[in-house]
Write a protein that binds this ligand. Structure first.
Ligand code: AMP
Ligand code: MG
Length: 358
């Protein structure tokens, strides 16, 4: 199959491309498209054959459910069962936007889309291309991130092409995405709203709308980076994910000690014949003495770190580094989402450094 690339990065939006892409979806095909979080790989959510094609193209385990993308609140009502009042409150506050709600499903969405679950995850993306595609096709679009399973999520059309060229019908190229990390997922099927995956919409923002909010114990790690032992409720959070090919370790602690530790470890690794990559910030980059240093963003601008994380991991794949060291990013609002992804990419490997290790 030849994957068509359609440029929809300029305004006004090229509706001819959107119509053609919509036709592909209606006919049961797959189209990758931009959202404000990452690129999604879309198929008609009500068509079980389309969902099966999504799993096949990504190499995704079939028990890892897909998020259904909608353009109007009434589409949520049409696929949910026992929809709680919190859904409308959260939709008013955050849709269109980077919040996915897990609700009980009726028969409209097939089990092939929900990985066999009786619940369905639903989101209204805040991106003109995504919204136009949903409206134009008339389809609710099942779309996981448009990467090969296990690789970092795509934040540019070229990332999608790298992973899925020849396996899907088309890619709508809407330029770089805005946020760069996947949506926050909340479970609305229990008494208390529960965060299943951290994202741009954080705990404090959710609390302001619905009061009490919990975090799924399965995604909480203590400061040594080890799990609480509980099983994450979102199946996707159980898999190794976002992983670069090089072996990534996070070094955490006071800035000066972190930098000297990374310099020391990089020198040792290079001496032993390894190719080393370092994830630095614009504030720290010129203090590294060895290895291939890439700047992820500005420490003073946490959005820039989220935006560039997956691209940096992919760049290190291209550079064929064997070992990667990264600073830690406990930033105020998105810190939890950034560290959740970085820790997964590192297989939870964190070294806490102390002052006296200098
Ligand atoms: P992706 O779109 O690639 O970020 O993957 C979607 C994420 O949503 C995965 O982590 C899934 O496990 C999660 N997800 C989708 N549907 C459900 C559901 N019904 N219950 C819990 N998690 C879900
Ligand atoms: Mg994904």
């Amino acid at each position: 199959m030849i994957t068509r690339i359609m440029d929809v990065s300029t305004e006004p939006l090229d509706m001819k491309c959107i119509k053609e892409a919509g036709k592909i979806l209606i006919d049961g095909g797959l189209v990758a498209f931009p959202t404000e979080t990452v690129y999604g790989l879309g198929g008609d959510a009500t068509d079980k054959e389309a969902s099966k094609k999504i799993y096949a193209a990504k190499g995704r385990p079939s028990d890892n459910p897909l998020i259904v993308h909608i353009a109007e609140f009434k589409q949520l009502e049409s696929i949910a069962k026992d929809l709680p009042d919190t859904a409308a409150k959260l939709a008013n506050a955050f849709w269109p936007g980077p919040l996915t709600m897990v609700v009980n499903k009726n028969d409209v969405i097939p089990y092939e889309t929900t990985g066999g679950l009786d619940t369905v995850a639903v989101r209204m993306p805040n991106n003109p291309v995504a919204l136009a595609l949903i409206k134009e096709s008339g389809c609710m679009i099942a779309a996981p991130s448009a990467n090969t399973s296990g690789r970092p999520s795509p934040t540019k059309a070229s990332h999608v092409y790298e992973d899925l060229s020849g396996k899907i019908d088309a890619i709508l190229d809407g330029g770089e995405v805005d946020i760069g990390l996947e949506s926050t997922i909340v479970d609305l099927t229990e008494d208390v709203v529960t965060i299943l995956r951290p994202g741009y919409i954080n705990m404090e923002m959710l609390k302001q709308v619905v009061g009490e909010v919990r975090i799924d114990p399965g995604i909480v790690y203590n400061d040594k980076g080890t799990s609480s032992g509980a099983r994450p409720k979102a199946p996707g959070m159980r898999y190794k994910h976002y992983a670069p090919k090089g072996d990534l370790t996070i070094i955490s602690g006071a800035e000066d000690v972190v930098i000297s530790t990374i310099n020391h470890k990089a020198r040792e690794a290079i001496k032993n014949g390894s190719k080393v990559g370092i994830i630095a910030t614009s504030e720290t980059a010129n203090r590294y003495t060895d290895g291939q240093v890439l700047i992820i963003g500005d420490r003073s601008d946490e959005g820039s770190i989220a935006h560039n994380l997956y691209d940096i991991l992919r760049q290190f794949d291209e550079l064929n580094v064997d070992i990667i060291f990264s600073e830690s990013f406990a930033t105020p609002n998105m810190g939890q989402a950034i560290m959740n992804r970085l820790l997964k990419a590192a297989g939870q490997k964190v070294i806490e450094v102390q002052e006296n290790m200098l």
